[in-house]
Write a protein that binds this ligand. Structure first.
Ligand code: ZN
Length: 381
């Protein structure tokens, strides 16, 4: 638990808070949903919702499934088309639907493309459709008895499902930047879980079969979007009651002074949200388990006990190394448009040997953190 807490403070605490207060150019990609720790915890806990025919397999690979929950975020800056898979700005479509587009947009991808064009959909995010696409791919992997693909796609669908459950990933105002609430993304997804998520109740019951996966993915977006108003409104209301010196505090972390939301302000916000972060985490865990189970059923319920072998992890390790090499090559050929500071970060992650993703990402983010600290320092007079 101590080790977990350490990772928690690092990934969920330090980094996102630094990110939250960085001054970013307006074209910067969106921050990743959930802190890394939360993504890992969601995948890990989803394993325990599974029936006996599946749980042995998923427990056998639980470290892989946990560590690789964050892979999709790691390639956001390297793989073309990755970023929009993590969010959907449903409110940008409101004016076309006489308000509340989230209830009215086409659920089916083809219908949505017909109505809005693919370019527009990609520009404002595709998470509910991408979950359905991942569901199709994972089902196929079960059908074909492809253990490494089952592992990879299980870890990754867990990531996208968790993202779809984050209120601030359903809006154009994803970091409060349009309402003078900049930093709220990291506040909700990282600072609050940092302070409170150890006390959440994560018992969500057994995984159930999903009859309509595409609708279910959309329902997650609807639920998240319905919670958005409270997120923004409560923070705004509390800001009126807290002077700036009470709202923020300076934390010394790793030798650097970082401005972050004070514990008092965080508690007031968390109290007002009345379990919202916990509900979104619980919903994510349940939904991940439900999707894994549904894919296995639709894939013909293969006997997973025949796929318990560490060689699959080794195969996956090799694939990941190859993938990173390809990213590096693509980047060198300048096929992908990456801004200079992102390219530097990408270079770092490509250089990392695979020592288990946790180590690799820890090193990557140590570097990232230093970059951000330097950037913070240069902002101070
Ligand atoms: Zn993400």
């Amino acid at each position: 638990m101590k080790k977990g807490l350490c990772l928690f403070l690092f990934f969920v605490g330090v980094l996102p808070v630094i990110q939250a207060f960085m001054v970013k150019p307006p074209t910067d990609p969106k921050p990743p949903a959930w802190g890394f720790f939360a993504h890992q915890r969601i995948n890990r806990l989803a394993v325990f919702t599974l029936p006996s025919e599946m749980i042995t397999f998923y427990k056998f690979y639980i470290v892989y499934l946990t560590e690789n929950a964050i892979n999709p975020d790691a390639r956001r800056y390297a793989v073309k088309g990755e970023a929009p898979r993590h969010f959907i700005d449903v409110d940008v479509y409101d004016h076309q639907y006489n308000d509340s587009a989230v209830y009215k947009m086409p659920r089916n991808w083809r219908d949505a493309v017909k109505k809005h064009t693919e370019d527009t959909l990609q520009a404002y995010g595709i998470v509910p459709w991408h979950i359905n696409f991942m569901k199709y791919r994972l089902t196929k992997a079960f059908k074909n008895r492809e253990a490494t693909k089952i592992l990879r796609l299980s870890a990754e669908i867990g990531h996208y499902i968790a993202d779809a459950n984050v209120p601030l990933h359903t809006t154009e105002n994803y970091n409060g930047q349009l309402t003078n609430q900049k930093g709220i993304h990291g506040f909700w997804e990282s600072r609050l879980p940092e302070l409170y998520s150890d006390n959440y109740n994560y018992f969500v019951g057994k995984a159930k079969y999903i009859k309509k996966p595409q609708q279910t993915a959309w329902q997650a977006v609807i639920n998240a979007h319905e919670a958005l108003d409270s997120v923004l409104r409560f923070e705004r209301e509390l800001t009126k009651r807290f002077s700036a010196d009470k709202k923020y505090t300076i934390d010394e972390r790793n030798g650097s002074n970082i401005r972050t939301y004070s514990k008092k302000f965080s508690k007031a916000f968390h109290d007002k949200l009345a379990g919202q972060v916990e509900r979104r985490m619980r919903a994510s865990i349940k939904m991940v388990g439900d999707f894994w189970y549904t894919c296995w059923v639709d894939g013909g319920q293969p006997d997973l006990s025949k796929m318990l072998d560490k060689k699959y992890i080794e195969e996956e390790r090799k694939r990941l190394e190859k993938e990173r090499k390809e990213w590096r090559e693509k980047q060198q050929q300048k096929k992908l448009k990456i801004r200079s500071h992102e390219a530097a970060l990408q270079h770092q992650i490509h250089k990392l040997p695979h020592q288990g993703c946790c180590h690799a990402y820890a090193r990557y983010y140590t570097y990232l953190r230093k970059k951000m600290q330097d950037s913070n320092k240069s902002l101070k007079r």
